[in-house]
Design a protein around this ligand. Sequence first.
Ligand code: GCU
Length: 340
Amino acid sequence: MASKATSFLIAGFLLGVLAATGGFAWFVRGQSLHSSTHTATTVLKLAHGLDQNHPVHLAMLFMADRLREHSAGTVTLQVFPNGQLGSETECLEQLQRGALAMTKTSTAPIEGFVPQLAVFGVPYVFRDDDHFWKFIQSPAGRELLVAGTSVGLRGLCYYDAGSRNFYTTHKPILVPADLKGLKIRVQQSKTAMDMVEALGGSPTPIAFGELYTALQQSMVDGAENNPPSFYTNRHFEVCKHLSMDEHARVPDMLLMSEKVWQTLSPTVRRWLQQSADESAKYQRKLWQQESEAVLAAVKQEGVTIHYPDKAAFAAMVEPMRRSYDGTDIGRLLKTISEIE
Ligand code: GCU
């Protein structure tokens, strides 16, 4: 039998290996040294690509607070903004491996893992905000949230990401023909590429964290996003035209690594889900306030806001929408269109 000292050595070695291979990167379960009852603590890492002033980041900090409260301090959520732990696609891959506990991404890059989510990238699917939220809260919307569980990506909640609009460095987009010949940055998503192509532009996928420089160095002529992201990532410094064509409502999703989820007790899972739900509610309110405030702020910064005729853009992408007929996405589009 191994002596006590040898056992310690072996245990120490194994811990070292785990730490060195990143086995503990996402999750630390330890014993509180301060408590005589030795309370177990769990630390979960959540990485995303948005700025720390963004309303979605603030909602995740709110979630961390709620979680601390529900768990009486035994579960800690550490939030890493600004793409510190990788691009959205890289974070999704880390979740699949269990190397990162949580991420928040747009549903656009998740399409590569969960094809049904492409439905959100199809342009002009929702009549307005109300229509969009009715779908999100419907059985089909809730089903989409957990559709990635079988590929290791468990959705905990949606966050409002408003609607996406084109912004450009030089030429304003007033009609679809204005996109002709322009290089437009898109997310890592086939639907986003197809949409820009259908409108006559030239789609260029670039990671969000690299977009400011790409715009500044004229690698692209423009991009598309919601006003809070346009503002908090300071893209307004290089793009002086914002066209509110509202071509798509692509939500954000808070995701948990299914591998990590499986290691958590039912109680911790319940705390996590409850905190995520509370943060989603908080975020939706914050989003409404912030979306209006940032439009005023970018105007102050010299941005001209255009309100083009949306019908002209919607007509151009009609063949793209019809191309889904007879597919799962087509069926989802039908479900959405039937919501009153
Ligand atoms: C939105 C979304 C981000 C995403 C970004 C993008 O801002 O909230 O998650 O990274 O769009 O265009 O890449």
